[in-house]
Design a protein around this ligand. Structure first.
Ligand code: ADP
Length: 676
């Protein structure tokens, strides 16, 4: 028996991370679980996690996850007594809800009437208007002649926003900045709405220029209780889709929180709401808030509310669906700390966020501990198919305050390793580390406003990586050779010296180098600079010719590649060196004869953290003998692990950091005493 009265077998009518998320809580409550899947998902994680699984049909969702009758048939066959719809697919489909009711299956969600009341944006606005919930000024009537719509827009003053009454996901929306553009925009919005939702009824709203999107999580039970679990700020959006969400909303006052919470509850109660719901508001710069819409389901971003309240919202949903009263009352709910969620997507931000499909040949999320949570539905080796939303995971972090949580988010993003598909991880990192985001200068136009910083075009920048690595490798080789010469040559004749000097010609060579696990050949030529007597290295790669100079000092390398100056931090490990630029970590090695680059010569492999990172482990015991080259400590920085090694035999007298500690670049990690 499960811990609930009625629900003991739950079918999850969804896939991916949300199906896995729901299964986890169901298991904790002792509820048996049934997954459904399409042919594309035979081996998917949600299928593996559930106690039983039923095939629905071919990959396209309209032939599988949207087939209400097939889902109901599976539920009946397996004696399921409740269905959780997740989000998307059938979650806000009142017809599906009705089918559940007809077959005596509990639908884990609101009543049919509530879904229907919120199904149309214009009908929802009427209800909210009557309930006294503040609305964005606008027209949401049935009369739809273009002339009348335009008359309302003209009266309201531009800019206005046209919205499809049946819309969702930002489709069927058009901003109109002036009267002359109105009809053309209306035609376009109607066409989009018709093809997207089969309905082209339009709303005209005042367009707020710098609003924030702040939404309230509400919960109601069947016993007339209702609470709000505070707010989430989802202002950072691209094309009206959320990118990074946070809770609580920065700058929120206790008074405003209460007002918005109460307004949201009024909205929910106006439609007899039961279960988890979200009331979305636009918040103006002068703290006026306006009802936008209510989502009658669990939201993608619900985990940040879970992090700040310490509650499991799926458990709440199941308990409420089972007939229990809400687990907590309003005055028992506490808001604690700050949480962020970043949506990790297989998509290309530099190509209009086009979805990217393929096999996830590498999938290494950051470790889940210390309030870092990864909600995912895929494993390494799985495919991101073109059939469904290409979200790979949700990365959720929590800390005591916004600043700390944001640092944690950036660090976790920098450790997220995905290969096989293009992802938005670098873009999210740029967002999370942007000064304006750090200062919480939020609005729904954040991404457009900071476009130039966020979309770092990686074309020319990436081209520089190979010449940068080659320059470093050559300078390093030269330094090693010189050091060896100093020891062995007493007085040198030019013929004995192993530098690049040749009578009457520049010296050329072809090198084999390993860069990011690829072996490539590059041609190099040594020239001397007419202005400085400094040696210039001309590196020719498949991408072009680059003139390079550099200075190597300790674990710092300063380079100039085709007049672009770069500062690099170095870390040596197992014959490779990693070059850390501001944005990239490049692992490289020079192939060919061993030129004496032994561990002992690793002058830049010291006990300093190469850059900000996290300690993974202390590998040896304090005060116990270690051999030369033995790994003492492992740290992780910029998506890679780095071994800190003993330069000689000796002992570690003290570790200054423990596993899980965050360290700043340059911090001394340990105290080492070499053997006499
Ligand atoms: P959808 O259901 O298609 O997602 P919403 O009504 O929820 O549409 O609006 C999505 C987003 O569009 C909001 O989060 C906000 O960024 C923007 N938006 C909506 N209404 C307005 C408005 N009146 N003024 C400015 N921006 C708006």
């Amino acid at each position: 028996m499960s811990g609930l009265n009625k629900i003991d077998k739950l079918l999850i009518a969804n896939r991916g991370e949300i199906a896995c998320r729901i299964i986890k809580t169901a298991k904790l409550l002792g509820i048996k679980t049934v997954a459904v899947y399409s042919d594309a998902d035979v081996n998917a994680l949600h299928v593996k996690m559930a106690d039983e699984a039923v095939r629905l049909g071919p990959a396209p969702s309209r032939e599988s996850y949207l087939k209400a009758e097939l889902i109901i048939a599976a539920a009946i066959k397996l004696n399921v007594n409740a269905i959780h719809p997740g989000y998307g697919f059938l979650s806000e489909n009142s017809q599906f809800c009705r089918l559940c009711e007809q077959h005596n299956i509990i639908f884990v969600g609101p009543p049919i009437g509530a879904i229907e009341a919120m199904g149309s944006k214009s009908a929802a606005k009427h209800i909210m208007e009557q309930a006294g919930v503040p609305l964005v000024p606008g027209y949401h009537g049935d009369e739809q002649s273009p002339e009348l719509l335009k008359k309302h827009a003209d009266e309201m003053g531009y800019p206005v926003l046209l919205k499809a009454a049946a819309g969702g996901g930002g489709k069927g929306m058009r901003q109109v900045t002036q009267s002359q553009e109105f009809y053309a925009a209306l035609d376009a919005a109607k066409r989009e709405a018709m093809s997207g939702f089969g309905d082209d009824i339009m709303l005209v709203e005042k367009y707020l220029t710098q609003p924030r999107h702040v939404e309230i999580q509400v919960f109601c039970d069947n016993h007339k209780n209702g609470v709000y679990l505070f707010e989430r700020d989802c202002s950072v959006q691209r094309r009206h889709q959320k990118v990074i969400e946070e809770a609580p909303a920065p700058g929120m006052t206790e008074e405003l929180r209460q007002q918005m919470g109460q307004a949201a509850l009024t909205a929910a109660q106006a439609i007899g709401y039961v279960g988890a719901g979200t009331v979305e508001f636009l918040l103006d710069s002068d703290n006026q808030f306006f009802f936008m819409e209510m989502n009658t389901r669990l939201q993608v971003e619900h985990p940040i509310t879970e992090m700040i309240t310490g509650q499991d919202l799926v458990e709440w949903q199941l308990r409420v669906a089972d007939g229990e009263t809400l687990p907590l009352q309003q005055d028992q709910l506490e808001l604690n700390g700050h949480a962020f969620e970043a949506r990790i997507y297989a998509e290309d931000p530099n190509n209009q966020f086009l979805p990217s499909t393929g096999i996830l040949s590498r999938l290494m999320p950051p470790a889940e501990h210390d309030n870092v949570r990864v909600d995912t539905g895929v494993l390494q080796g799985d495919e991101v198919s073109p059939y469904y939303d290409p979200m790979i995971a949700k990365l959720i972090v929590w800390d005591q305050n916004r600043e700390k949580a944001l640092t944690k988010l950036a660090q976790a993003l920098s450790r997220y390793q995905v290969d096989g598909v293009t992802t938005n991880i670098d873009f999210l990192y740029n967002l999370a580390t942007h000064p304006a985001f750090k200062q919480a200068q939020l609005s729904t136009h954040f991404i457009e406003q900071h476009e130039t910083d966020l979309f770092v075009s990686d074309g020319p920048q990436r081209e520089l990586l190979t010449p940068l690595a080659v320059t470093y490798l050559l300078l390093q080789r030269q330094a090693t050779t010189l050091a060896a010469q100093k020891q062995t040559l007493a007085l040198g004749s030019p013929w004995d010296q192993h530098n690049h000097w040749r009578m009457n010609e520049q010296f050329r060579e072809v090198l084999s180098v390993e860069i990011q696990q690829h072996t490539i050949e590059v041609s190099v030529e040594y020239l001397s600079c007419p202005h400085t007597s400094k040696e210039v290295i001309k590196v020719t790669t498949a991408e072009g010719c680059f003139e390079c100079t550099g200075n190597l000092e300790g674990n710092h390398f300063e380079a100039c590649i085709n007049n672009q100056h770069l500062h690099v931090t170095l870390q040596a490990h197992q014959g490779f060196t990693t070059l850390f630029t501001h944005e990239y970590a490049i692992q490289c090695k020079l192939n060919g004869p061993d030129l004496g680059l032994s561990d002992a010569d690793d002058h830049h492999g010291g006990f300093e953290a190469p850059m900000n990172g996290t300690i993974v482990s202390q590998v040896v015991e304090v005060n116990s003998a270690v051999e030369k080259g033995q790994t003492l400590m492992v740290m992780e920085a910029m998506k890679m692990e780095h071994a800190i090694k003993a330069p000689k035999a000796g002992v570690v007298k003290e570790f200054y950091f423990a596993a899980g500690d965050l360290v700043d670049g340059g911090a001394v990690l340990l105290d080492f005493e070499a053997e006499e």
